[in-house]
Design a protein around this ligand. Structure first.
Ligand SMILES: NC(=O)c1ccc[n+]([C@@H]2O[C@H](COP(=O)([O-])OP(=O)(O)OC[C@H]3O[C@@H](n4cnc5c(N)ncnc54)[C@H](OP(=O)(O)O)[C@@H]3O)[C@@H](O)[C@H]2O)c1
Length: 264
């Protein structure tokens, strides 16, 4: 049993999730590192327990609940797990597009529902990892961006229904990171892109990719603040693009995006 702070991070076997686990451990948290497939994970560290947690599985979530209860009370829930599914909507199966919503929206909502009471009792924090693609029309990941957009609206609605709640919420809309799914997609599914897009994405990641460490630092800083609910777009590039998207008339903006993705 610990009297210290406990964090649960979903999708923590790589990318941003891994960086978050490291950072929370360094800050003295006891960390539950949720992984979709426990058999893949072999790393054991002090104050860190790896748990089987497919966020679309009620059984896994209940199991995770029980494991945390053995140690203490949850302080921070980071809903980091997500899937992208790059490729043309018109070439992909509808079921695959729905599966993106099952994880990014319904899986995350399921986590929030199950851990809400614990976080309420502990004045805890929920962190949801979104994407700037909610603000930018994004062909070839349309279901992904729609799911992240829906998550933001859904969680706000859920939060507003809970009057005078002690739970705090941070929704982070992220620009492409310097590692994780964006890079994986480029490497694994490059046939989806034409050369222009691929070069563009590689450049973004290499030169402007948001450092996962900085995301972790921001979350830790926020966890110490008194802010109750915040939606944040991280990084100057991301902020500029969202701002630009609001300033430029929609038909013009769509034309520009369309031209960028043309003939893919
Ligand atoms: N990388 C970027 O450029 C970028 C930009 C904006 C937002 N984000 C967001 O940041 C978060 C982390 O992504 P990442 O870039 O670090 O990508 P990643 O390396 O692919 O990490 C995603 C994690 O989610 C896990 N996951 C997938 N389905 C799951 C499920 N049903 N239950 C539990 N875990 C599941 C994956 O596990 P497996 O590996 O076992 O499948 C993986 O550990 C995501 O929510 C993503 O949408 C990323």
């Amino acid at each position: 049993m610990t009297t210290g702070k406990i964090a649960l991070i979903t999708g923590s076997n790589g990318g941003l999730g891994q960086a978050l686990v490291d950072r929370f451990l360094a800050e003295g948290y006891f960390v539950f590192a949720g992984v979709k497939d426990l058999s893949m994970d072999t790393v054991t560290r002090p104050n860190c327990m790896t748990v089987q947690l497919d966020i679309t599985s009620d059984a896994d979530i209940e199991h995770c609940h029980r494991e945390i209860a053995k140690v203490g009370q949850l302080t921070v829930l980071v809903n980091n797990a997500g899937v992208s599914g790059w490729g043309s909507f018109w070439k992909r199966e509808l079921a695959d597009e729905q599966a993106i919503f099952d994880v990014n929206l319904w899986g995350t909502v399921r986590m929030i529902r199950s851990f809400w009471e614990d976080l309420e009792a502990n004045h805890g924090l929920i962190v949801n990892i979104g994407s700037i693609s909610w603000a930018v029309p994004t062909p070839f990941i349309s279901a992904y961006s729609a799911s992240k957009s829906a998550l933001e609206k859904m969680v706000l609605g859920m939060y507003l229904e809970k009057k005078r709640t002690a739970v705090r919420v941070l929704h982070l809309n992220l620009w492409p990171l310097d590692q994780g799914m964006c890079g994986n997609a480029i490497a694994k599914e490059s046939e989806t892109y034409n050369e222009k897009i691929r070069t563009h994405m590689v450049k973004i990641q290499k030169f402007h990719g948001f450092h996962v460490e900085n995301v972790a630092k921001y979350i830790l800083r926020f966890s110490e603040s008194d802010t109750r609910y915040r939606v944040v777009t991280l990084g100057w590039w991301a902020k500029a693009i969202c701002f630009f998207g609001m300033l430029v008339p929609q038909p013009r903006y769509q034309k520009m995006i369309g031209r960028l993705y043309k003939s893919v």
